[in-house]
Design a protein around this ligand. Structure first.
Ligand code: NAD
Length: 280
């Protein structure tokens, strides 16, 4: 039976430390969130982020644009926040409506304010292993969870399912920097179960409910479930068949209460880091 990695608790501890760090700063760091349209899930995420900011003393700025907003209008909001010295972090809530080019918009964010770590400059720094960049929040939080239970990752086999820019690619880079032997799996991968059975660390981020079966898990493995899905019973579930995996894994994150809380905590951590990177 696995040890359950308590993401809620670890995120709470990180937020406590951040609240202390914020108190020691001259001024409050600022995080700006841009929300385009009225997607209900995005509205909940934005609300949660703002509440979390307030709790640690980060000032939040919010820009809500209608679903019909043009590329130029969203770009103008980003530029205004880039130019606002009270704003240290800028987040464009994704997805944006289909008529907008989200990739182009994200690249307009000043790299030192890019708390999602998605600009070319930050992705490049992560790829090259350079200091001073901002790392995407969910992989950053996932690595903290892995390190909370595994002291030394060197030489371990890590399999990351999913290759998105937001999660899979940066997660693989972070594990590579920890000297893991990393395999990236995706929708075209042959014999995913066999790959997973060799994983000391298995990170699932495919967005497919209960994709990872219990008999895919190497006994004692560390299983990080990033997926957020609605199961057939209407309940929230991850990409891993939790009950079956729990019997075989050494460590496992629950859904909810695993990776999710770490994403928000790391967003706050990135905002505090961005405050330190601020240009005068
Ligand atoms: P995405 O749709 O951009 O990428 C999914 C990836 O999974 C793709 O690379 C695809 O090739 C791969 N994939 C899909 N089906 C597969 C299959 N059957 N076998 C192997 N690989 C497969 O998604 P994303 O933005 O990376 O998010 C992935 C999941 O993580 C989603 O469920 C999302 O909701 C969740 N997520 C959670 C958090 C959090 O805070 N907990 C943050 C970001 C994303």
């Amino acid at each position: 039976m696995a040890h359950i990695i308590d993401g809620k608790q670890i995120a709470a501890e990180l937020k406590d430390r951040l609240a202390q760090d914020v108190q020691a700063l001259e001024t409050a760091p600022g995080l700006a969130v841009i929300l385009v349209g009225d997607d209900p899930a995005s509205q909940v995420y934005v609300r949660n982020k703002i509440v979390a900011c307030e709790k640690v003393g980060i000032k939040s700025f919010e820009s809500r644009l209608p679903a019909r907003a043009t590329q130029a209008e969203v770009a103008a909001e980003i530029k205004a926040f880039n130019d606002n010295p009270a704003v240290n972090g800028i987040l464009l809530q994704l997805p944006v409506p289909d008529h907008l080019d989200s990739d182009a918009l994200v690249q307009l964010i000043a790299p030192h304010k890019d708390v999602d770590g998605l600009t070319v400059a930050n992705a490049g720094k992560l790829f090259l292993g350079l200091e001073g960049g901002l790392v995407p929040c969910t992989p950053q939080g996932s690595l903290i969870l892995i390190k909370s239970v595994l002291e030394n990752l060197s030489g371990l086999n890590a399999v990351v399912i999913g290759r998105s820019n937001l999660f899979g690619k940066p997660m693989a880079q972070l594990l590579l920097h920890e000297n893991c032997t990393v395999t990236m799996a995706h929708s075209r991968t042959h014999d995913l179960p066999a790959l997973c059975r060799n994983a000391d660390i298995l990170v699932a981020a495919a967005g497919r409910a209960k994709l990872v079966q219990g008999d895919w898990i190497k006994p004692g493995a560390c299983v990080i479930d990033v997926g957020i899905n609605r199961g057939e019973d209407g309940k929230l579930c991850g990409d891993v068949d939790y009950d079956a995996a729990f019997e075989k894994a050494g460590f496992i994150t629950p859904v909810p209460g695993g990776v999710g809380p770490m994403t928000i905590a790391c967003l706050l951590a990135n905002t505090v880091k961005a405050y330190g990177l601020k240009r005068s």
